[in-house]
Design a protein around this ligand. Structure first.
Ligand code: SF4
Ligand code: SF4
Ligand code: SF4
Length: 251
């Protein structure tokens, strides 16, 4: 089995997903047996032009330049992974879509005249994506497992069930039943129920589970006392552009 030639790319993002990749620690040597890094600005001066067996792309698309860049990377990549929520759903960046473009630019930049931003979009708005690795950021071990799966030529086995399954396996007392607005029932597992394990509600950072029953959870939140505005904000936070939450998030 030959090594995978990989490229890691950053679009509009905080670099947290790349940092999660870098936390491989003791798994690093195993990983380096599988990959050759052809392009990864964060770790290497080598700036290869591919073609890549595997491109891991962090961030959403939010400038005219990025639209061209993601199409270019796609054309040079056999398998393209959307790394993290920004790439998969638009992520936290997509919150800006709920305000006018000019209004946001003025808030962030002293002199926004040279800024040319576009509506925030996930990668698959412009190109085909082969693997979605959601999370804000995705878990390090899961990223490594996906790279190994690609090297072996098998489809990644990412969970489709909700966080509640992992939460129950950890034998946590349910926060939703206690009256806290946990998102666990509609959010994809994979984090090991990190937040409920620490006594905190799931805020939804892994994005929607497959076929979530959001309607039922929303009724529960209303019963707890959440306003319609609070509900919309929760659904918008990480994955408001997703097909599963779009209906309620208002875009
Ligand atoms: S998904 Fe989260 S951690 Fe990753 S780049 Fe976006 S904001 Fe940062
Ligand atoms: S605490 Fe949240 S994640 Fe855990 S079982 Fe209850 S609703 Fe699900
Ligand atoms: S429990 Fe929810 S918010 Fe916390 S890490 Fe997991 S998916 Fe993200």
């Amino acid at each position: 089995m030959g090594k995978l030639r990989i490229g890691v790319f950053k679009f509009t993002s905080c670099s947290g997903c790349q940092l999660s990749m870098l936390r491989v620690n003791e798994q690093l040597l195993n990983l380096l047996n599988l990959i050759d890094i052809d392009y990864w600005v964060m770790v290497s001066d080598v700036k290869g032009k591919g073609p890549y067996d595997l491109a891991l792309v962090e961030g959403s698309v939010s400038t005219p330049e990025e639209i061209g860049e993601i199409k270019e990377i796609r054309s040079r990549s056999r398998i393209l992974v959307a790394l993290g929520d920004c790439a998969t759903y638009g992520g936290l960046n997509s919150i800006r879509n709920y305000m006018s473009q000019r209004e946001v630019e003025k808030l962030v930049y002293e002199n926004p005249t040279s800024i040319r931003s576009t509506t925030v979009r996930p990668l698959d708005y412009y190109v085909d994506v082969d693997i979605y690795l959601s999370g804000c950021p995705p878990d390090t071990s899961t990223i490594v497992e996906v790279i190994k799966d690609v090297a072996l030529g098998v489809p990644p086995r990412l969970p489709k069930y909700p966080v509640c399954v992992e939460c129950k396996l950890s034998e946590n007392e349910c926060l939703l039943i206690k009256g806290e607005p946990c998102m666990g029932p509609v959010i994809k597992a994979g984090c090991g129920a990190l937040c409920p394990n620490l006594g905190r509600i799931c805020e939804g950072c892994y994005g929607p589970a497959v076929d979530p029953n959001a309607e039922s959870l929303l009724d529960k939140w209303r019963e707890i006392g959440l306003s319609e505005r609070e509900i919309v904000c929760k659904l918008r936070k990480y994955a408001g552009l997703s097909k599963e939450f779009k209906r309620w998030s208002g875009l």
